[in-house]
Design a protein around this ligand. Sequence first.
Ligand code: ASP
Ligand code: MG
Length: 408
Amino acid sequence: MGLIVQKFGGSSVADGDRIRNVARIITETYRRGHNVVAVLSAQGDTTDDLIAKAAEINPKASRREMDMLLSTGEQISCSLCAMAIEAMGYPVVSLTGWQAGFQTDSGHSSARIKTVRTERLLSELDKKSIVIVTGFQGINKYDDITTLGRGGSDTSAVALAAVLHADLCQIYTDVDGIYTADPRMVTGARKLEEITYDEMLELATLGAQILHNRSVEMAKRYNVNLEVLSSFTGRPGTIVKEVTKVVEKSHVSGVAKDKNVARVAVVGVADEPGIAFKIFSLLAKHGINVDLILQSIGRNNTKDISFTISRGDVEVTRTLLEEGKEYIHFDRADVSEDIAKVSIVGAGMINNPGVAARMFEALYNANINIHMISTSEIKVSVLVDEGDADDAVQAIHDKFYREFGDRC
Ligand code: ASP
Ligand code: MG
């Protein structure tokens, strides 16, 4: 017995049948003796549809009015779900973000939660009501409605779990957990029982967009145990928490691919101190994130520096380098976008020498060329040709999960 926060994503509440299904999951949890706070997203594509509707009226609508509009999607799903629960004969109340106490800053369309005032929530829970809360929204100090950014309902749910000291925060979605690789792309991909917050954050930034990043960061900060599971299957999902019990023997939790990368090679820079500083401080000043970096050995007093950025930053980077050519001093800058980053992620990796070597062996056996490598405590990334990326993921996944049995 305790408090459980359950979050249901857009696909889980897409139509009447699915809303009734969600109502069943919530009431079953309640019947087992738990207090339940459920956080819902808008139904299906509602948020996208609302954005399209706004664009028809005014493509330059203010972000304040956009928030006013977009927050309605969640009100629809929550009131309908509350009605379904009423019809089943359980005590229930639905609350908007501001009624549930979400106070945010004024960053319309990407607001940050400042506090959650829990009085109303607690009084409803005291009355033994099931509480349904609209995800993704709050109110700022001017009493205007704000939204937390696309996918923000996960963050609403984790925030509630944190302030209410919930025993568990369940994120119901259309996949039944976190997998060792994308199960739609990789044969043999399997579901993980557990994963650490750090691994989950790495996988999220590498393109496995199952949870809103901010929700995982918040869960880590407040030590909220998360479970990612499907609202359709009823099977146990994946638990995301600080330390997993299998961490000792597991070296690799997942293999991920990121195609949103471009490589920049600055060719023919002087082989002298200060060049890397000049290049990367210029990029940093303009908010450009650099990921993998490789510097060649100097010859004839020149060397090359290559690095990766996201594809959206290519044009700005090109312009900055062109403008800084005199100051940095280089022959030319080559940009290639037909590349991809493939990474293995695992909390126990640092203590297991040889994990990287096994990854490279898998790529060698598959005849895949590596352009760049980078390693961190919990991650090894390689840059390969985009056309090789899917084969690379499969080869690496086979290496770790076929040859070495279960999570190795
Ligand atoms: N409905 C919002 C969106 O589509 C928030 C969410 O689903 O988490 O982005
Ligand atoms: Mg979502």
